[in-house]
Design a binder for this molecule. Structure first.
Ligand SMILES: *[C@@H]1O[C@H](CO)[C@@H](O)[C@H](O)[C@H]1NC(C)=O
Ligand SMILES: [Zn+2]
Ligand SMILES: [Zn+2]
Length: 423
């Protein structure tokens, strides 16, 4: 803190310094209000993007990679960020000259603290790669329909920040005295008198690493890695399939011993919860069932509605818009009838999403009608209905067709429908 003050005071005497170097926030694609997490996440993404191992044919990638590391180091430390915000690059330069801590890491070192593998990955000979990690994330149908940026958490193994992956409290790693850094010891064994063989054994002093430390880091107990809940941001695109997989390159468990594998996320549709968090807008749509790009819904009609028509239903869809169902008076709905409402299904996923290049299309909504008959009728109503049907039976005779109350000659004579009547 005293150091900070002296720097600030010495800088007060300087006039406004012209900034010629690139703005660190811009380098990371952030603004001045960026949170620590955003700074970290920007570094993770950009350092992978510009890593020279991944851009062998782009000579500018190396410079960008170095610049991203520089920007991260300047902005990830609170004190250095404050100086940078007030006095820019010149401020940081002065701080360094006065022996301020932090910064000045090898950019590959910094990279290896995030992704392991000694700062490299890909086709380095003998480079080990960690396992991919699979995570399943439940997503509501509503989010599949509307699309959403959300977050999920998992227990990730990370390289210990306190000791920067060395395992040592002072971050200093020594060469193992016992094995001279080779990780193995050669032991002479006498098999029989006069018969001696040499056996190589793993060095027990350093556990085969060839390195030793004086004091274990208290944060990781010398393990060099720690497991902790990690938030990952996830974009659910409209219309993604149930079971879609999203890969996060090199975002699986990290270790100084290998390059981190990929984190593979499978999105699966979760059962709708009643009311509550899953359905804040209380839409009917959460109870739709999905099959590919189509949606299914069951609607219940009373006997009167099915027989006489003259009804409406307003179903609120997953984004809150209303789908109107209904029949005019005289329009009959058969039990089990399935109505197709075109264009009211799921949005069809497309990599362009909704853009000038592409307009989202939708599947169908299939509405299946169930007709409920009263299990007991009001006696007055029962008598009236009885009388009514008796009157029609007397007039037309007892016959399945005539008893149905249908007119003698259907307006549209459909062969298919006719067959159906004889059943
Ligand atoms: C559905 O909405 C329409 C128009 O707003 C309205 O006339 C009708 O009564 C509503 N039907 C039901 C069952 O709420
Ligand atoms: Zn540690
Ligand atoms: Zn050793």
């Amino acid at each position: 803190m005293r150091l900070l003050k002296t720097i600030l005071l010495s800088l007060l005497t300087l006039a406004q310094i012209a900034l010629c170097a690139e703005d660190y926030y811009k380098v990371l694609g952030l603004d001045k209000q960026a949170s620590e997490r955003q700074i970290k996440s920007a570094y993770r993404q950009l350092s992978k993007k510009y890593h020279p191992d991944k851009n062998p044919n782009d000579p500018t990638a190396h410079d960008k990679f170095v610049l991203v590391a520089e920007a991260y180091e300047a902005l990830s430390d609170a004190e250095s960020r404050q100086i940078y915000d007030q006095y820019g690059h010149e401020g940081l330069k002065q701080r360094k000259q006065q022996g301020g801590s932090g910064g000045g890491h090898d950019p590959f070192d910094l990279f290896s603290r995030f992704f392991g593998g000694g700062g490299h990955y890909g086709n380095q000979p003998g480079q080990r790669r960690g396992h991919n990690v699979e995570v399943k994330v439940p997503i509501s149908l509503r989010d599949f329909y509307n699309g959403r940026t959300t977050e999920f958490q998992w227990n990730k193994q990370e390289i210990c920040e306190a000791c920067e992956g060395t395992g040592a409290a002072d971050r200093v790693v020594h060469t193992c005295q016992t094995c001279g850094g080779r990780g193995v010891r050669t032991v002479r064994q006498q098999l029989a008198p006069g018969m001696v063989t040499q056996v190589q054994m793993q060095c027990d002093a350093c556990g085969g690493r060839g390195k030793s430390i004086k004091h274990r880091c208290s944060a990781c107990g010398g393990e060099r890695v720690v497991r902790k809940p990690t938030l990952v941001s996830l974009t659910v695109q409209r219309g993604m399939a149930d079971g879609s997989r999203v890969a996060y390159e090199n975002e699986a468990d990290a270790s100084p011993d290998y390059v981190a594998g990929d984190l593979i996320v499978t999105l699966f549709e979760k059962e709708p919860g009643l009311e509550g968090e899953d359905n804040p807008d209380k839409v009917d749509g959460v109870f739709f069932r999905r099959k590919g790009d189509d949606l299914f819904w069951r609607e219940i009609l009373s006997l009167r509605e099915a027989l006489m028509g003259d009804w409406t239903r307003n179903i609120t869809h997953l984004d809150g818009h209303v789908v109107r169902l209904g029949r005019k008076r005289g329009q009959v709905v058969q039990p089990g009838h399935v109505e197709t409402v075109a264009g009211e299904g799921m949005p069809k996923w497309d990599e362009d999403g909704d853009s000038v290049y592409h307009k989202t299309e939708f599947g169908n909504l299939f509405v299946e009608y169930t007709v409920v008959l009263p299990d007991q009728m009001d006696s007055g109503m029962e008598k009236e209905l009885w009388a009514l049907f008796q009157k029609w039976r007397a007039k037309k005779g007892v016959d399945l067709h005539k008893d149905s109350g249908r007119p003698e000659k259907p307006v549209i004579h459909d062969e298919h429908e006719h067959e159906h009547e004889e059943l």
